[in-house]
Structure formats: C-alpha cells, structure tokens
Design a protein around this ligand. Structure first.
Ligand code: ZN
Length: 239
C-alpha cells in the first residue's frame, strides 16, 4: 500500500477517536446531571414547604392574638353584666357575648386546622429530607465512578494524542494539507473505506476502474462523487 495512504488512514483513525473522547466524557457527566437535577428539585420543594410552614405559623399567631382579644372582650362583657339596668341592655349584651363566643369557636377551629396542616407539612418535609439524603449519597457514588471513567478516557486520549503527534513528525506536508482541506467539510470521514464497491462517506457506488485502483492501493484515490480519500479495508479490520 502507498505509504502516504497508510499514514492518512492512521491519521484519520486517530482523529476519529479523538473526536469521540469529548462525547464520551459528556455522556459520563450527563449520568451525574440527572441525579443533580433530581436533588435540586427536592431542595426546591423543601424550600417551598418551609415557606408554607412559615405562612401557617404566622396565620396561627394572628389567630392566637385574635383569640386573646375575644377572651378579654368576654371578660369585659362579664363586667358590664353587673351594671345592666334595662332588659334592652341585657339583650344587647347577650347578643354581643354570643357573637364573641362564636368567634372564639371559629378561631379555635382555625387553629386546629392550621396545626393539622402544619404537622402534615412537617411529615412531608421529613420524607423529602430522606429522599434528598438518598439522592446525595447516590451522587457521591456516581461522582466517584464518573471521575474514574473520565480519568481513564483522558489517559486513552493522551495516548492517542501522543501517537498522533509521533505520526505527524514524519508526515508529508502536502498530504497533510490535502487531508485537512477535505476534513474541513468531511469532518471525521475524510478518509473512508470502500465496502461493497461503495464509498463509505457518501454511500455511492464507485465505477470499476476507480475500484480497481483503490484495491491496488498504489496511489491516493478520491471518491469520484464526494472527493473523500478512499481505501480498501483489510478483511481482518472489517467488523
Ligand atoms: Zn464518496
């Protein structure tokens, strides 16, 4: 096989594997991101419930103040009772007392309702905190696994970079420029195998004459349709 073609195939394979490292790393990070998002959502819920509990507590305080006012009103009514002189005054005072008692009953009911609500919110908080702890433990575990995998990917990447730069040291400049020109639009498929007499970049069938030249591998052959560099893949390499 043409030496330049051999170098081009190697270089293209290095470049392809280099481009695949970043998505692999992103994929690892994405695994963690899902768990972090869930944990963040739980934190938001916890904060919202804290706000709701605060509101419930402030409503309860208002009701307590109101209750105290109503109780002192009842005491006033009891005092006034001694000074009553007419039937009309008695009826008015009785009505006032009735209303105050009704309001007290209502305030007590409201306080009970708020207490029940507050304790259900506390339960919800406890559950969410358990969930959050579990989620945070998972994050720690996954973080370790992800870090290890990323470290391995980076090691692999460094090896490929090293091999690539060694290859480039003895690379023909004109061939490199030629390759880079095609790579600009073809990205990682600048150098492609021919399979079933078709270019594996544009998937078009190539004519017999070009195909024969590709098989001979004496020269660098471009796909007549798309311009990518073609090579006949070794039987052993075919997957
Ligand atoms: Zn092609």
């Amino acid at each position: 096989m043409n030496k330049y073609l051999q170098d081009l195939i190697k270089l293209s394979k290095f470049d392809t594997s280099i481009s695949m490292f970043e998505p692999k790393i992103e994929n690892e990070k994405a695994k963690l991101a899902t768990f972090i998002e869930t944990a963040e959502a739980i934190k938001t819920s916890i904060n919202n419930i804290y706000l709701e509990v605060d509101e419930i507590k402030s409503k309860r305080t208002k009701n307590n103040i109101h209750l105290a006012e109503l109780k002192s009103k009842l005491e006033d009514i009891a005092k006034k009772n001694k000074d009553i002189q007419t039937e009309k005054e008695l009826k008015a005072l009785q009505l006032e007392e009735e209303i105050a008692k009704e309001q007290i009953a209502f305030a007590n009911e409201e306080i009970n309702r708020l207490d029940t609500l507050a304790s259900s919110k506390e339960e919800e908080l406890k559950e969410l905190q358990v969930n959050l702890t579990e989620e945070e433990e998972s994050i720690k575990e996954i973080q370790v696994a992800v870090d290890t995998t990323i470290e391995e990917i980076n090691k692999e990447r460094n090896v490929v970079y090293q091999e690539r730069s060694e290859l480039l040291e003895k690379f023909d400049n004109k061939i490199l420029t030629f390759y880079e020109k095609i790579k600009r639009w073809a990205k990682d498929s600048a150098v492609v195998p021919v399979k079933k007499q078709a270019c594996y970049g544009c998937y078009m069938k190539i004519n017999d004459k070009t195909y024969a030249e590709v098989i001979k591998s004496e020269e660098i052959i471009n796909c007549p349709h798309c311009g990518r560099i073609l090579y006949k893949e070794d039987e052993t390499e075919e997957a």
